[in-house]
Design a protein around this ligand. Structure first.
Ligand code: ACO
Length: 336
């Protein structure tokens, strides 16, 4: 199909036709962390809302978790691997720098017709990937797209740093997007970034700017570093602002929302965002008590849980809102 012909075609609606998720078997509780660093269950639960998280096995890579979530989403959507045109995988913990983790997932799920690539937007990655997928479908470039948010943060957490190690967990979430005639779908999305704040949340070493060498390995530069308090403030401000913008774009009020699915970093962030958007907490999806912050996977796992537990009915308006390293943020309004 030539670009000229595509330009003449009407824009298409984009529906999420299936969701899936996967978390590793191993549970790490706050009590387990008490044995590793100077912390306690009361501090972690009251400051973050987290009670336990899942940790991947040593031989369980990001692509393994991603493939399991993808297969669950394909089953939910009732589609086979050959029907997938494109795989977009959001992660900051790829199996390797090369090949992309999306290519490894392609083989594991038998989606050999698909083009594949990874994107990097930290905890915002899943919504960034949803928006990219949406653009490919509305433009008639592809029909069926698999979007995955996945991270194995346990591989880049400093297990001696109590400021960060209590916060994170491993997991994967996936969604299948497709045009559906007369279907409901993604109504509006807003994405934003501020590279001036890059240092607030980063992994300083391991990339081309600072390769880990035998000489500097002891500096522990290949682990997550975070300015928690500053990150907290920017998270609340940007999540609220982008959510208000996207509601405005969609012509909706927060009272129209049946469900809000926020990034699962901290219950205090979620509560502050819900309060400022004037949404009662009963309408907000929270599962960080069981999984911690799983980065790109967090909102995807929560979306799958909301889908499978019937929290969203056909026709409901749902707001997804995320924030992460970069700094990056995004909000989407979906009609389920
Ligand atoms: N156990 C016990 N005490 C601790 C722990 C711990 N695990 N961690 C820190 N403390 C101590 C600190 O040392 C500090 O002690 P001091 O007052 O003697 O110096 C005290 O607790 C308070 O520390 P703060 O960092 O000010 O605590 P705060 O209330 O801000 O909570 C937290 C910290 C939970 C990290 C919070 O700031 C937060 O959630 N920030 C945002 C995280 C986030 O949203 N990340 C975004 C996405 S992540 C991604 O993109 C991968």
């Amino acid at each position: 199909m030539t670009p000229q012909i595509k330009a003449n075609l009407p824009k298409r609606t984009v529906s999420i036709i299936g969701t899936g998720s996967y978390v590793p078997e191993k549970v790490m509780t706050n009590a387990d962390l008490e044995k590793m660093v100077e912390t306690n269950d009361e501090w972690i639960a009251s400051r973050t809302g987290i009670r336990e998280r899942r940790i991947a096995a040593k031989d369980e890579a990001t692509s393994d978790m991603a493939a399991k979530a993808a297969l669950a989403a394909m089953e939910d959507a009732g589609i086979k691997g050959e029907e997938i045109d494109l795989i977009i995988l959001a992660t900051i913990t790829p199996d390797h720098f090369m090949p992309s983790t999306a290519c490894l997932v392609q083989t594991k799920i038998g989606a050999m017709r698909a083009a594949c690539f990874d994107i990097s937007a930290a905890c915002s990655g899943f919504l960034y990937a949803i928006e990219i997928a949406q653009q490919f479908i509305t433009s008639h470039t592809y029909n069926t797209i698999l979007v995955i948010g996945v991270d194995k943060l346990s591989s880049i957490v400093n297990w001696k740093d109590r400021n960060t190690c209590v916060l994170f967990g491993d997991g994967a979430g996936a969604a299948i997007l497709r045009h559906r005639a007369h279907g409901h779908g993604v109504i509006a999305t807003r994405m934003g970034s501020n590279g001036n704040l890059a240092d607030l949340l980063s992994v300083p070493g391991g990339g081309s700017a600072c390769p880990i060498t035998a000489e500097n390995a002891h500096l522990e530069l290949n682990y997550i570093k975070m300015e928690g308090r500053e990150t907290f403030k920017h998270a609340v401000t940007n999540m609220v602002e982008s959510a208000k913008q996207v509601l405005d774009d969609a012509g909706l009020k927060s009272s129209d929302l049946a469900c809000v699915i926020p990034h699962q970093a901290n219950l205090r962030i979620i509560s502050a965002v819900a309060e400022r958007l004037d949404v009662p907490l009963e309408r907000v999806m929270v599962n960080l008590d069981r999984f911690g912050n799983t980065s790109a996977a967090a909102v995807a796992i929560a979306l799958d849980e909301a889908n499978r537990t019937g929290r969203m009915k056909v026709g409901d308006y749902v707001l997804l809102v995320v924030f992460g390293g970069g700094m990056t943020w995004a909000s989407s309004v979906i009609q389920w």
